[in-house]
Write a protein that binds this ligand. Structure first.
Ligand SMILES: Nc1ncnc2c1ncn2[C@@H]1O[C@H](COP(=O)(O)OP(=O)(O)OP(=O)(O)O)[C@@H](O)[C@H]1O
Length: 239
């Protein structure tokens, strides 16, 4: 199985502070499903930012889709970003656009026909249980509803890599399961999924997923970290 992401001796610091990520050496296999866990402040969001190219590492090398990012110029980054779907912790919906238009945005940018966009957006909004709120602006939606719009927007293009930061933090357990099912369906279509979460129940209910655990900026047990649950025999048998 080929790697979609490779980190080699990667470190990240903000400004002149101490490194918040250090000695990151790992690779993610194409088409796999990963959970990223760790205490608050361990560096999960920072690691995801490196994955969706909102931050560059302060040392080391990252290869994404087989290309070394240190060789990529700023003008090349948008073409990488188009291949990545992101669910931000704070949603980042466009305030003056309806739920429908927020979800449609990536397809419009990619130049799809309006007819195609309409059916795709309706389908995904139904999936996340917001079929009847398509015309609502973000300010009139609850936190959980906004989160579901953000998820719909991130998955609508069937990205090669989906990166989600606490995507079920604002929804109830039933909706969390449903959203995980959606991520699973996308994963079945070949998308590599990386989900940062504190929700151990979610992890336990997703046996296909592998586990990455961060402890104060360090990936714990890089050789054994990619198992769910860690060190189980079942996980050992994965290809
Ligand atoms: N823009 C920034 N400037 C300076 N320090 C930052 C910045 N963003 C994060 N940090 C610091 O980096 C460390 C890791 O933060 P990060 O947000 O990646 O952790 P996290 O595991 O996602 O936490 P949480 O679960 O609370 O979201 C923390 O010590 C944090 O204070």
């Amino acid at each position: 199985m080929s790697a979609i992401v490779q980190f080699e001796s990667v470190g990240l610091r903000y400004g002149t502070g101490a490194e918040v990520l250090r000695d990151m050496d790992f690779s993610l296999s194409k088409g796999h499903f990963y959970f990223l866990t760790g205490a608050s402040g361990a560096g999960k969001t920072s690691l995801l930012k490196l994955l969706y190219l909102a931050q560059r590492p302060t040392r080391g090398r990252i290869r994404l889709f087989g290309q070394d990012l240190s060789d990529a110029g700023r003008d090349e980054l948008p073409s990488f970003r188009r291949r990545i779907g992101v669910v931000f912790q704070d949603f980042r919906l466009v305030r003056h656009l309806s739920a429908f238009d927020n979800v449609a945005l990536p397809l419009r940018i990619a130049g799809y026909a309006e007819e195609e966009i309409a059916s795709a957006v309706r389908e995904i909004l139904d999936w996340v249980g917001l079929g009847d709120r398509a015309g609502a602006r973000p300010a009139t939606l609850s936190g959980g509803e906004q989160q579901r719009v953000a998820i719909a927007r991130a998955v609508i293009t069937r990205p090669e890599l989906l990166v989600a930061d606490e995507p079920t933090g604002n929804v109830d357990a039933d909706m969390a399961k449903r959203l995980l099912h959606l991520f699973g369906a996308l994963n079945d279509l070949g998308t590599t999924v990386v989900v940062a979460t504190h929700d151990l129940g979610l992890i336990a209910s997703t046996p296909r997923a592998q586990l990455m655990r961060l402890d104060r900026g360090h990936l714990v047990d890089p050789t054994g970290a990619f198992r769910n649950p860690p060190n189980s025999e079942r996980a050992e048998r994965r290809p």
